[in-house]
Design a protein around this ligand. Structure first.
Ligand SMILES: *[C@@H]1O[C@H](CO)[C@@H](O)[C@H](O)[C@H]1NC(C)=O
Ligand SMILES: *[C@@H]1O[C@H](CO)[C@@H](O)[C@H](O)[C@H]1NC(C)=O
Ligand SMILES: *[C@@H]1O[C@H](CO)[C@@H](O)[C@H](O)[C@H]1NC(C)=O
Ligand SMILES: *[C@@H]1O[C@H](CO)[C@@H](O)[C@H](O)[C@H]1NC(C)=O
Ligand SMILES: *[C@@H]1O[C@H](CO)[C@@H](O)[C@H](O)[C@H]1NC(C)=O
Ligand SMILES: *[C@@H]1O[C@H](CO)[C@@H](O)[C@H](O)[C@H]1NC(C)=O
Ligand SMILES: *[C@@H]1O[C@H](CO)[C@@H](O)[C@H](O)[C@H]1NC(C)=O
Ligand SMILES: *[C@@H]1O[C@H](CO)[C@@H](O)[C@H](O)[C@H]1NC(C)=O
Ligand SMILES: *[C@@H]1O[C@H](CO)[C@@H](O)[C@H](O)[C@H]1NC(C)=O
Ligand SMILES: *[C@@H]1O[C@H](CO)[C@@H](O)[C@H](O)[C@H]1NC(C)=O
Ligand SMILES: *[C@@H]1O[C@H](CO)[C@@H](O)[C@H](O)[C@H]1NC(C)=O
Ligand SMILES: *[C@@H]1O[C@H](CO)[C@@H](O)[C@H](O)[C@H]1NC(C)=O
Length: 716
């Protein structure tokens, strides 16, 4: 008997400590720290910025330790560039990398480009490009770019190939052959899909039960976690055996071993906001506030706000920089999946309530997401269904310059919603004082899903119009997207701002590394559609290898050859600003000047598209048979799925009317704890009935093919 009790006690303890998908729920009603000694919110002003002291500490000690060593490892004594590295006296440039949005294409292209500048990768090391990652201080990511960023940290900064494809050991890879929204095939009612949705809804309900408003971003965040966080494998995918990333917090990044060894750049995600009262379902203009998420802070360096909140407490209702209720702080809101989901929350632009469709997604992805949303909406009240709902930590701040000063909630959106598809803003913040900025641009700007410079141009425009006080200027760029195309600047690595006229230089150097057709004239596999949410292993591998090969190869003008000097040219560019830190300025070496002549964009004498001949623009599926196999294996499920969905919707519609009457009464009591804090908004709260419009329901129409979607202007 005693043994039995003992066993029971042990198993009870084990269960209590087991990870669960319900760890997605934030902890509410936590006693707040002493506000006399702990400031939740930091404020500064645009002309006198301050960084979070914890960020400064991390970045600076890294510069003096890991990065100093990494420069030596990468450049040796500098003689191969024509420099004496010792002469730079350790004053190396501060570098930031930027990974843009574009769904799984952006995540994979970003990973492959990073592998091409990673000193741990043999071919990158041999080419001389491997090392740039190690000397970088910052890594910003947005939307699809935020997924590779988060994945790197929460898997302890492994090599990129292992991260994406697994290592046969404790890394399981991204499992991209399991479709994001319907991993067991298109039939949303299949046994395994139902397990999957059950787990996801269980997570989301557990958050909703704390009284915090959820939205479609929450199930989306959970789907992202299955692929990019570390607790999901092929064998446990459809189980509740692990938390599948629930409970992993962005603010816990500093506990990760690689971080503690100062091996990683400082990560920053970007998210946009829809101003209060604006119902925009189209792209935003440039004025709405742009926010950033670091392991320490949720902040905005836009001049009008210039404030940040401790990320640990980001879910706490606050006014005038203080918790509304000192015994009701919230922690655990900064779920890693939800941070990545917020940065990739593009739904306000594609969720078509009138037709219950998600434009641009394939019909099966759209069905699956809407199915989950509809089940969610039958259980919980939401605020705005199509945005990431965050309590505003900045309520009451800077009413004369901050447009959302009187909001209790923020409506956060995909970081590219204002057209800035490359997360450049955090890297141009003056106080961060970056010397070199490296956009690894995988935007799908043109009809073949290649970048055309638009991300750079829009960020330059926003800086020019709104951020001059707070952010560094951009160097001269081609005047428009057409000029990016005509000069070939988007078809090969291009350096911008090579020759500043002032010292300190009036702008950082930009090393632009766009996703391009293979330099050797091969058929391209890396320009897939933003809304493709499933890849065969082979398609993924070919994409990765192509982008990796491009990243280490540079170009030789008028040929389809790799440039054997590209690695050293990249080193020249990375180190160039060190010359300006010495007095007198050290001259550029002859070798590096030759590189700059080839790779720099000189606005006086722009390069020409003819220098990059014979590049194939049109996507060629490297694994057409994989698609055929997949479709035939799922043919019956597909049919069943569509029929099943129609039946389901009919049942749902019937059930809803009865359910709504019954449920309405319960809303106010059930959500009392936190919702008491925003009761004034109850009256205008959106309800599920406004979204599920039974009479208007139509089956989603196909938008493009199931597997690619060329030329969409929305990016995530
Ligand atoms: C900026 O903030 C500092 C203190 O943090 C203050 O002394 C200064 O007046 C502020 N400047 C402006 C323009 O508000
Ligand atoms: C800038 O801000 C810091 C810290 O808030 C303050 O100590 C300093 O006086 C300010 N400098 C100026 C010129 O306002
Ligand atoms: C880094 O090194 C520089 C120069 O050696 C020194 O001035 C600075 O205080 C050091 N910073 C840290 C955080 O150790
Ligand atoms: C490099 O510079 C350092 C310090 O200025 C000097 O001691 C050293 O002799 C130089 N090395 C070469 C190879 O010129
Ligand atoms: C997953 O990552 C978290 C956070 O980095 C870490 O605590 C945990 O040990 C990792 N789990 C596995 C199974 O690797
Ligand atoms: C996987 O195992 C390696 C070697 O044991 C370890 O260094 C690494 O941190 C582990 N990764 C994760 C995500 O647990
Ligand atoms: C996991 O739990 C959820 C919620 O209870 C359930 O719907 C789902 O079916 C479970 N999955 C499995 C494999 O039992
Ligand atoms: C947003 O929608 C609400 C409710 O439909 C409406 O009252 C309001 O005027 C709209 N606001 C804007 C700026 O269009
Ligand atoms: C956030 O608050 C927690 C708890 O008071 C504290 O431990 C942590 O250092 C704070 N983080 C920052 C970046 O200030
Ligand atoms: C909040 O600010 C907006 C715009 O500044 C204004 O239209 C609105 O009336 C304000 N609402 C409240 C409750 O003060
Ligand atoms: C460049 O890309 C943008 C989308 O980012 C697109 O709207 C525009 O038409 C493209 N321009 C050219 C000349 O390709
Ligand atoms: C990448 O380059 C390697 C070495 O040159 C080559 O073997 C491989 O086929 C290339 N891969 C692709 C996809 O181009």
């Amino acid at each position: 008997m005693r043994t039995l009790l003992g066993l029971l006690a042990i198993s009870a303890t084990a269960i209590a400590f087991e990870d669960s998908v319900t760890d997605y729920a934030p902890s509410v009603n936590i006693a707040c720290p002493n506000l006399e000694t702990t400031a939740f919110v930091r404020e500064w002003n645009a002309t006198n910025q301050t960084l979070n002291p914890a960020e400064e500490e991390y970045v600076n000690t890294r510069i003096n330790t890991t990065i100093a060593q990494a420069w030596n490892d990468w450049l040796g004594n500098g003689s191969q560039l024509g420099y004496n590295i010792t002469a730079f006296q350790g004053n190396f440039p501060k570098i930031g990398l930027a990974l843009p949005g574009g769904g799984l294409r952006a995540a994979q292209v970003g990973a492959a480009a990073l592998s091409g500048i990673d000193a741990r990768n043999d071919s990158a090391k041999t080419a001389g490009t491997g090392g740039l990652l190690q000397v970088s201080s910052y890594l910003s990511g947005l939307s699809g770019g935020s997924w590779v960023t988060g994945s790197l940290y929460f898997n302890n900064f492994p090599t990129l190939n292992d991260l994406v494809f697994g290592n046969g050991n404790n890394l399981t890879g991204w499992l991209l052959d399991l479709a994001f929204a319907s991993p067991d095939g298109d039939d949303v009612f299949s046994e395994y899909n139902q397990y999957f949705y059950g787990s996801i809804l269980w997570s989301v309900m557990s958050k909703a039960n704390t009284g915090i408003d959820t939205s479609i971003t929450d199930p989306w965040a959970r789907m992202i976690s299955y692929h990019f966080l570390n607790q999901t494998s092929r064998s446990n995918f459809f189980t509740n055996d692990t938390a599948h990333g629930a409970g992993q917090l962005w603010s816990n990044i500093p506990t990760i071993p690689a971080w503690q060894q100062r091996l990683t750049p400082f990560p920053i995600l970007v998210t946009d906001s829809r101003p209060q009262g604006d119902n925009a379902t189209t792209a935003l203009g440039l004025t709405p506030t742009v926010y950033e998420i670091t392991p320490f802070e949720f902040a905005s360096y836009d001049p009008g706000l210039s404030a940040g909140v401790n990320l640990t407490f980001a879910g706490t209702p606050m006014t005038n920089s203080k918790p509304v209720n000192a015994s009701a702080c919230v922690t655990g809101f900064d779920q890693a999946g939800f941070m990545m989901g917020t940065s990739a929350s593009l739904f306000n632009q594609i969720l078509d309530f009138a037709h219950n469709t998600l434009q641009d997604f394939s019909s099966s992805d759209s069905n699956a997401l809407l199915y989950v949303l509809s089940r969610q909406l039958t259980e919980v009240r939401t605020r705005a269904d199509d945005v990431a709902n965050w309590y505003s930590p900045f309520n009451g701040l800077k009413p004369s310059t901050y447009e959302d000063s009187n909001s209790t909630w923020l409506s956060l959106l995909d970081g590219a919603s204002n057209g800035e598809n490359i997360p450049l803003a955090p890297l141009f913040v003056k106080e961060r004082a970056l010397d070199v900025i490296v956009p690894l641009d995988s935007s799908a700007d043109d009809t073949n899903n290649w970048p055309n410079g638009t991300g750079l141009l829009i960020s330059a425009q926003r800086q020019q119009q709104l951020l001059q006080a707070s952010h560094q200027a951009f160097p001269p760029l081609p005047q428009d997207a057409q000029a990016f195309i005509d000069t070939g600047a988007r078809e090969r690595p291009t350096f911008f701002g090579c020759d500043p006229t002032q010292n300190p230089p009036e702008f950082p150097l930009i090393i632009y590394i766009p996703n391009t057709p293979p330099f050797n004239g091969d058929a391209p596999a890396a320009n897939t559609g933003t809304f493709q949410l499933q890849y065969t292993a082979k398609a993924s591998q070919v994409l990765f290898d192509q982008v990796h090969n491009n990243t280490i190869s540079g170009f030789v003008p008028n040929t389809t050859h790799a440039d054997p000097n590209f690695g050293r040219c990249l080193q020249c560019a990375a180190v160039d600003r060190a010359r300006y830190k010495l007095s007198p300025i050290v001259n550029r070496s002859e070798f590096c000047q030759t590189c700059f002549t080839q790779y720099c964009f000189n606005p006086e004498a722009p390069p020409s598209l003819s220098e990059v001949p014979d590049r194939q623009q049109l996507f060629v599926d490297p694994d057409p048979q994989g698609l055929v196999d997949f479709l035939s294996a799922n043919k019956f499920k597909l049919i069943g799925g569509l029929v099943g969905l129609i039946v389901f919707i009919a049942l749902l519609v019937g059930g809803l009317i009865w359910w709504k009457k019954r449920r309405d009464k319960q809303f106010f009591t059930q959500y009392h704890q936190v919702s008491a804090l925003h009761e004034e908004e109850e009256a205008t709260m959106k309800r599920y009935t406004q979204y599920l419009r039974p009479e208007a329901y139509e089956m989603p129409s196909h938008r493009g093919s199931l597997y690619s979607d060329h030329g969409s202007s929305t990016a995530f």
